[in-house]
Design a protein around this ligand. Structure first.
Ligand SMILES: O=C(O)C1=C[C@@H](OP(=O)(O)O)[C@@H](O)[C@H](O)C1
Ligand SMILES: C=C(OP(=O)(O)O)C(=O)O
Length: 441
């Protein structure tokens, strides 16, 4: 299952201001955490509103390889019952395919600590570039043996579990991805002596995603604490509630809400959570800084609809630390191409290890349409140019869903943008083109 569709999609131009309501599918980060936590329990868990996209299919495939059952409701594929293996032991001698999904390649290896034999991990060729070393070093400190087939510290590899997963203290440098810490924390409660995990690096990206991991472990009854750069997880049972509802993916809301600023008008997203652990929860504040008006409408059923309204004037952000929410950098970058002042998005050097080298990709694609951007040591600088300098182009997407949605956003205000392999958006959105077209009416 690789992504090879090289067809071109003409991104629709927004001829008039938007007035749209867009229902965003479930969160990738929450869906894949709940799937892992459900697999570690003893009783079946029904996940409601689960994202059904490539990354969650890969996660379900990975868990099934380990002996977990994931069964979708016949009438609604976003309702999935997850049943852990009967004896609580994951199946060894198995193969896990990670595609390009960070949450699969970084969350599933810790489960292999509890398998009854070696587990082989592989992924798309492009996944071989993504950093894995610190996670695997952490698992090695917990007694696992890792045999690399290609470059050390990267996919593909085979993990041989220890005789007994006793746990203890682990130190790793997680500055390359918060997912190394999340992956070790998620797998930790079954360790005989629990886990004491220390991050030794200077920077730590995506702290909200680590807090999300802690909150979800807490919801499964696990005692997990954070003290500075050290986390402790107590040994104990993992059991989510019988039914868990997944929030919409707030980072995937970014291109749609951002569209209101680029095209002008209003875009609404229903079921916006009042409180959330998703970094996308920071979006309304960011968009307000950029000049949008944010509204919240309470529905009769208690749900809340977020509205973003703009007259099309987008303010630059100056020096802006985005380390908390690096995954929305491509969407903010698209807005900043049309801003009234320059912006440096910083604290996101680790985006070089995302689906593609996103800093290089963003600079290349912004320049391709006539814009002005540069890579920084830890981010990207985007300087506005006059609209007369921006022009259509065939935009590359590098098998990166967020580079595809970035290109679609530019196409709202720049005519004749063709997007290579827009299907790559299926990584986290089942029907991006359909949603985007209906937003435009
Ligand atoms: O744990 C998660 O669900 C994620 C953590 C972040 O990873 P990084 O810390 O590598 O940026 C984020 O960018 C990714 O999209 C999802
Ligand atoms: C970095 C991302 O994904 P992954 O979960 O594959 O790391 C992302 O979705 O922006």
């Amino acid at each position: 299952m690789t992504e090879t569709n090289e067809s071109l999609w003409r991104a629709p131009f927004a001829a008039e201001p938007l007035d749209a309501t867009v229902t965003i599918p479930g969160s990738k980060s929450l869906s894949n955490r709940y799937l892992v936590l459900a697999a570690m329990g003893t009783k079946p868990v029904t996940l409601i509103g689960l994202l059904r996209s490539r990354d969650t299919e890969l996660m379900m495939g990975a868990l099934e390889a380990l002996g977990v059952s994931c069964v979708a409701d016949a009438d609604d594929e976003t309702t999935v019952v997850v049943t852990p293996p009967e004896n609580g032991v994951f199946r060894g001698g198995s193969s896990v395919f990670c595609g390009l999904a960070g949450t699969v390649m970084r969350f599933v290896p810790a489960l292999a600590l509890y398998a009854d034999g070696p587990v082989h991990f592989d992924g798309d060729k492009q996944s071989y570039q993504r950093p894995m070393g610190p996670l695997l070093e952490g698992l090695r400190q917990l007694g696992a043996r890792i045999d690399f087939e290609g470059e050390p510290g990267h996919l593909p590899f085979t993990l041989t579990p220890p005789e007994q997963a006793v746990g203890g203290s682990v130190s790793i440098d997680s500055s390359g991805s918060s997912q190394f810490i999340s992956g070790l924390l998620l797998g930790a409660p079954k360790l005989g002596g629990g886990l004491r995990l220390t991050h030794t690096g200077e920077h730590l990206p995506s702290l909200p995603h680590i807090r999300m991991t802690m909150a979800d472990l807490g919801a499964a009854g696990v005692d997990v604490r954070m003290d500075g750069r050290t986390w402790t997880v107590a040994h104990g049972d993992v059991q989510l509630l019988p039914q868990v509802v997944v929030e919409p993916d707030l980072s995937n809301a970014a291109p749609f809400l951002g569209a209101a600023l680029i095209a002008g008008g209003t875009v609404r997203v229903p079921n916006w959570p009042e409180r959330t652990t998703q970094p996308g929860g920071l979006l309304p504040e960011y968009l307000e800084h950029m000049g949008a008006t944010i509204t919240i409408e309470e529905m009769p059923n208690g749900a809340r609809t977020l509205g973003v309204t703009s007259n099309g004037v987008i303010h630059g952000l100056g020096d802006f630390d985005l380390s908390a929410a690096g995954e929305i950098a491509p969407s903010l970058a698209a807005l900043l191409v049309f801003a009234d002042a320059p912006t440096s998005l910083t604290g996101i050097g680790h985006l070089r290890g995302h689906e593609t080298n996103r800093l290089e990709a963003l600079v290349t694609e912004i320049r391709r349409v006539g814009g002005d951007a540069d890579e920084l040591a830890d981010g990207i600088a985007i300087r506005p140019v006059g609209p007369e300098r921006l022009h259509g182009a065939v935009m590359e997407t590098y098998a990166d869903h967020r580079m595809a949605t970035f290109a679609a956003m530019l196409g709202l205000r720049i005519r004749d943008i063709d997007v290579v392999n827009v299907e790559t958006t299926r990584k986290t959105i089942p029907d991006f083109v359909g949603l985007w077209s209906s937003m435009l009416g």
